[in-house]
Design a binder for this molecule. Structure first.
Ligand SMILES: [Zn+2]
Length: 68
């Protein structure tokens, strides 16, 4: 049996201070807005994007992210 690993799946992120990252599966299951009480973006929809492994910041898909 062949095991297929999909590693180019889309991710969704909160651009607020909570820096949440969710999978496409979670998004499709209805987790579409940030629910973190301490996040200034609470209630805002997640956007397609990524989290920088270096600095932890979240950024939109297609955006150029530069770590400082
Ligand atoms: Zn948030």
């Amino acid at each position: 049996m062949e095991v297929i690993i999909i590693n180019n799946q889309s991710e969704y992120v909160c651009l607020g201070s909570c820096h949440a990252v969710i999978s496409e599966g979670e998004y499709k299951n209805g987790l579409t807005v940030c629910g973190n009480e301490t996040c200034e973006n609470k209630g805002d929809p997640f956007v397609k994007g990524h989290k920088c492994e270096n600095c932890g910041a979240t950024y939109k898909e297609g955006q150029i992210h530069n770590c400082s």
